[in-house]
Design a protein around this ligand. Sequence first.
Ligand SMILES: NC(=O)C1=CN([C@@H]2O[C@H](COP(=O)(O)OP(=O)(O)OC[C@H]3O[C@@H](n4cnc5c(N)ncnc54)[C@H](OP(=O)(O)O)[C@@H]3O)[C@@H](O)[C@H]2O)[C@@H](O)CC1
Ligand SMILES: Nc1ncnc2c1ncn2[C@@H]1O[C@H](COP(=O)(O)OP(=O)(O)O)[C@@H](O)[C@H]1O
Ligand SMILES: [K+]
Length: 501
Amino acid sequence: MLPLLVSSQIREADAYTIANEPISSIDLMERASKAFVGWFVNHFQDKEQAISVYCGTGNNGGDGLAIARLLCEHSFCNLSVFVARFSEKATANFQTNLERLKAANIQVNELTSGAELPSETAEIIIDALLGSGLNKPLAGDYKKLVEHLNTIDATKVAVDVPTGFYTEGDIPDDATVLKADLVITFQLPKINFLLPESAAFMHKCEVVQIGLSQDFLCQVDTTYYYIEEQDIRQIYKARGRFSHKGTYGHALIIAGKDETMGAALLSSSACAHAGAGLTTACIPQRGLTALNSYQPEVMVVLRESDKLPEVDWDKFTTIGVGPGIGKGDDTLALLKAISEKFNKPIVVDADALNVLAGNNELLAKLPKASVITPHMKEFDRLFGEHKNWWQRLQTAKKKAIELGLHIILKNDFTITAAPNGKLYFNSTGNPAMASGGMGDVLTGIITALLSQTYSPLHACLLGVYLHGKAGDELALPNRMQVVLPGAIIKQLPVTMAKFNS
Ligand SMILES: NC(=O)C1=CN([C@@H]2O[C@H](COP(=O)(O)OP(=O)(O)OC[C@H]3O[C@@H](n4cnc5c(N)ncnc54)[C@H](OP(=O)(O)O)[C@@H]3O)[C@@H](O)[C@H]2O)[C@@H](O)CC1
Ligand SMILES: Nc1ncnc2c1ncn2[C@@H]1O[C@H](COP(=O)(O)OP(=O)(O)O)[C@@H](O)[C@H]1O
Ligand SMILES: [K+]
């Protein structure tokens, strides 16, 4: 799994690579700039287009100068280069690349403090003003320049990080940041790129490899990881010979009310499709016909609204509780009964979470290592209002350790916070999945994986990945804007089949 680094660790990774590969700092910058240009020339093929490259005087600016030279070598000759001389300081790599640019006979325009900003007619603006070295909000000349560039109608491509964007930590509400259409970032996505606040400042992000030391990346101590297909291949277990339904456990889905029976149908159907050996749904009587028609493979335990259902708890491998179940006292009573009578990890979602929000002491009594799957609003109801996603990440980490729970914070890049103190970002899923009932499907999938004896952490990582991957397989090839939860359910066995080889 890919470690995600904070900016001080990125600097350490650069320094480690320089010392141990070994490679000189200027050659590493050249490699990064070539990686940027390699991606750029494959995607922007009109070499007549007017391109302006704006460079600071740090290493991000050094990249910008090298990129301008390399673009010229690729016959992009309608280039203008601007250097923002807003400070006396300049890095050695910046200086070297400035000399190389001048030796290549490329003209450089200097922007000085307080001077009028150039009128700009370029079709593409490359932003190499500031990168991961940002250490204070933009002010003065930088702020003015970025505000000016933001008014210009051109395609903006940021080198590594859009100028003014904090790669980790809180993003101030009033921050001035270059609004990039595309960010070509080096080696690893930056943590804040994966949070919704980044949407205002970047439309798309591409990661290019610059050969930072794998030794460093394998041993670095980080909280944040990015889960990719190769990680899922290691977690996924293909079915063995002589296995039978008993091998894959018996899952109980407690869900649905008269008005929200669809949630029970979706979660129990997803559970069966994701491979539970047996699935039983605990639902009200009035849902019986619907369930038998929708998914006859699912068995039933009936539930009356004013009393606890008669459940032979020991019979079940795991439980998924919450979708469409309602916020009444009967849900509270059920959660108490589960906490007392069931001691294997379960999945808690939706209304069950809203009930827990009013009875926080019960959270600590859930079976050890259980999984809770809140979306943002449910998360805030459980743990208090948060002003941004970075703060939510910190709370998720703290609460997962404190409560010994796995917290799946649902989002574009869904995050699993584990009791080991680590946060794992999922890499699949797309906006076509933003549709009611999608979370119910996820609950069914994770319950099915627990039932198949995946560890709770693996059930979370695999479940979230498969859910998003099924959505990607359906939506992306056809550019579909909507994929309904029922379609994801049907796709699940197909998605899983691809991991069998
Ligand atoms: N070999 C390598 O190391 C490689 C590096 N690479 C590249 O280096 C980039 C990081 O470079 P960097 O560390 O020099 O920082 P950068 O983002 O250019 O900022 C420059 C200086 O600006 C200052 N500053 C900060 N905030 C400010 C503000 N708000 N307003 C005004 N000034 C502000 C601050 O200096 P200060 O003023 O604090 O002394 C800071 O040091 C990285 O994104 C990647 O593109 C790649 O080529 C791979 C190889
Ligand atoms: N833009 C998106 N990108 C990726 N996944 C998404 C997106 N929108 C929604 N999803 C996924 O869909 C699910 C929605 O869950 P939730 O809000 O609980 O739905 P519901 O309560 O309607 O069942 C989550 O797993 C979420 O990650
Ligand atoms: K930049």
